[in-house]
Ligand binder design. Structure first.
Ligand SMILES: *Cc1c(COP(=O)(O)O)cnc(C)c1O
Length: 429
């Protein structure tokens, strides 16, 4: 490390032993980071090719208002997404206000009363429980006569194929596969594992719609679930594919007929994709997608860096220090309340926005314990930006993700370690 960088870290209250400890870990990760960069390079070319093939031009950045008829930028953006994901069509809209909303539209647009949803990978993301009606909620799919069944993954984290075969019945219409573990402890699925599930399900009934919740997974590998047979892939633009620039939005890509059904649900039957003004957001959607492969690489390096630091200090890291990566989330069991709180305060203190705020655990609605959250983001709630949260209960797991640049992710993690050293949660030699 050069002298001037070391001086800067000192000025930022990072002790020499903390810095040296992290720096030695970083030096050992050269090969690993090179692999991450190789994937980013491939994905950068993939996105660039889609933009060139679709002749993206500055006319596509113009704002539309009102009904948004003939929004050229919107239509070209949707072609670009379809190309990147190797799919027939896409719906990429600011009117899809979040990942949960995009998943709701994909499901409710394609399901009818009497249909059944099957999740072959266990319980879905928290917010989906209310969408589906696993937890009784007004307006859930359950109220519309759409039922749900679930097959959990086996104890060792593998897929229960026998269970899936038994769960599929004549009403089963759609299979929902969540790629990322989210804030659960099961393993995240690789695209290859998703391919295996889809092939198996299609061998039982080729008409089953296979939908993948792709949140946090985009650009982590060189292929996406649509490359291996998924009929619909869904995600949020304030996560990976928005590249930190999209201020809102969601996407659904896949087979034309399913995208059309989703569009009729998002806007209105008969209107579909033809309407929906973009209000000047197109440039940030294009530019964010263009940046996304690099941003995801930075976030991944941060996750790998943290797993290696904390595992070497004796903490359980999930995924562990050497495992292959299929999403950008890192979980670490901190073992104590003091530990998670100090970690989250470090992430907050290192943020470009609201660095002066000190996060406290609080009784957030919907959780069975207090929760502490750290986020100093440009886009509210954006989790492609460096952010962390932890329920205050054993094993005191902190989930963190994001980082708009590797160097910010690195500084955030070093600051988190420093805070843990400062409150004696960790003793470094
Ligand atoms: C974030 C996330 C969602 C929901 O996205 P929001 O934008 O927060 O509504 C759904 N599924 C998974 C796996 C996620 O990580």
């Amino acid at each position: 490390m050069t002298n001037f960088t070391q001086k800067m870290y000192e000025k930022l209250s990072i002790q020499e032993n903390v810095y040296n400890y992290c720096n030695n870990i970083e030096l050992k990760l050269k090969d690993r980071f090179e692999q991450v960069d190789e994937i980013a390079e491939y994905n950068q070319l993939k996105v660039l090719t889609a933009m060139r093939d679709n002749k993206v031009s500055d006319i596509h950045f113009a704002a539309t208002t009102g009904y948004g008829y003939n929004d050229l930028g919107r239509d070209v953006l949707e072609s670009v997404y379809a190309s990147v994901f190797n799919a027939e069509a896409s719906l990429v809209r600011p009117q899809l206000i979040s990942g949960t909303h995009a998943l709701t539209i994909a499901l409710s647009g394609n399901l009818r009363p009497g249909d059944e949803i099957l999740s072959p990978v266990g319980k879905p993301y928290d917010t989906l429980e209310e969408v589906i009606g696993i937890r009784e909620t007004k307006g859930s799919l359950k109220e519309f006569g759409i039922t749900y069944s679930q097959v959990d993954m086996l104890q060792d984290g593998s897929i229960d194929y026998e269970g899936i075969k038994n769960a599929i019945n004549e009403r089963t219409k759609l299979i929902t596969i969540q790629r990322s573990k989210g804030y659960d402890t099961r393993p995240t699925l690789s695209v290859k594992q998703i391919e295996d599930i889809i092939s198996y399900v299609k061998s039982i009934n080729e008409n089953l719609i296979c939908m993948v919740d792709n949140c946090y997974g985009e650009f982590v590998e060189i292929i996406e679930p649509t490359d291996v047979g998924a009929d619909m892939v869904v995600g949020s633009l304030i996560k990976n594919p928005g590249g930190g620039l999209a201020p809102i939005g969601g996407y659904i890509v896949g087979k034309e007929q399913y995208i059309e059904n989703a569009a009729y649900r998002l806007t209105a039957p008969g209107l579909g994709k033809e309407v929906g003004a973009t209000l000047g957001l197109n440039q940030s959607f294009f530019q964010g997608l263009f940046m996304a492969p690099q941003i995801v690489a930075g976030a991944l390096k941060g996750a790998i860096f943290a797993a290696n630091i904390f595992e070497s200090l004796g903490y359980e890291s999930i995924p562990n220090s050497t495992e292959s990566r299929h999403d950008i989330i890192q979980a670490i069991n901190m073992g104590s309340e003091d530990g998670v709180v100090a970690f989250c305060r470090g992430i907050q203190a290192a943020a470009p926005v609201d660095s002066f705020v000190v996060p406290e655990p609080w009784a957030m609605p919907g959780y069975d314990s207090d929760v502490i959250m750290a986020a100093g983001t440009f886009v509210q709630g954006s989790s492609i930006e460096l952010s962390a949260d932890a329920p205050i209960k054993p094993p005191y797991t902190v989930f963190f993700q994001g980082g708009l640049s590797w160097h910010h992710a690195k500084f955030g993690i070093i600051t988190a370690l420093q805070k843990m050293v400062d409150n004696n949660s960790i003793i470094l030699n």
